[in-house]
Design a protein. Structure first.
Length: 178
């Protein structure tokens, strides 16, 4: 009996490992769960970019469904995402609010938006990551769908693309508006 266990145990361990790997391969690495889903946006008040008259507060995110986009002028993926955000803004379908995250020089974010177009209704500076930490941000870009009550309903990690917009974000926003 003990001899059989000595031979069977390694095979069982191997099968368990293979099963764990197969389950892991079926997970989407962009689906990072957030403890904030279905919870109110954390309370915050961010300073404006240079040249803007006001920054961004958590109260600005109440009243209509909106997107909150975490970005930085230093972020390569944010550069790739930016034209899609401008395109979304141009449709007038949803307001996008920006959090300029970890910008070493606040003027860099202002120059970047002036050069590439500003898709944001309001932008707040978060150079020390205080608000980003409260949002559970793991890297830029990240985009949150916030309902009209100021509750976070979805978190997208990575750049917004036409596909992400059409297949994920837009349908969520439409559902929240019903």
């Amino acid at each position: 009996m003990v001899r059989k266990l000595i031979f069977i145990a390694p095979a069982l361990m191997f099968l368990l490992l293979v099963g764990a790997f197969v389950l892991g391969l079926n997970n989407n690495p962009r689906d990072i769960p957030s403890v904030l889903i279905n919870r109110p946006v954390p309370a915050f008040a961010l300073e404006p970019l240079p040249g803007d008259t006001r920054g961004l507060t958590s109260d600005d995110l109440k009243g209509d469904v909106s997107l909150v986009n975490i970005f930085g002028s230093w972020c390569v993926a944010c550069v790739a995402e930016h034209p899609y955000l401008v395109k979304i803004r141009d449709t007038g379908f949803v307001k996008i609010y920006g959090i300029d995250w970890r910008e070493k020089n606040p003027a860099d974010g202002r120059r970047w938006l002036d050069r590439n177009g500003n898709p944001y209704a309001l932008v707040g500076l978060d150079p020390d990551s205080k608000v980003a930490v409260d949002f559970g941000v793991t890297g830029a870009p990240e985009t949150f769908v916030v309902d009209k009550a100021g509750v976070i309903r979805y978190k997208h990690v990575g750049p917004v693309t036409d596909e992400v917009w059409a297949n994920t974000l837009k349908p969520i926003i439409e559902g929240l508006r019903k």
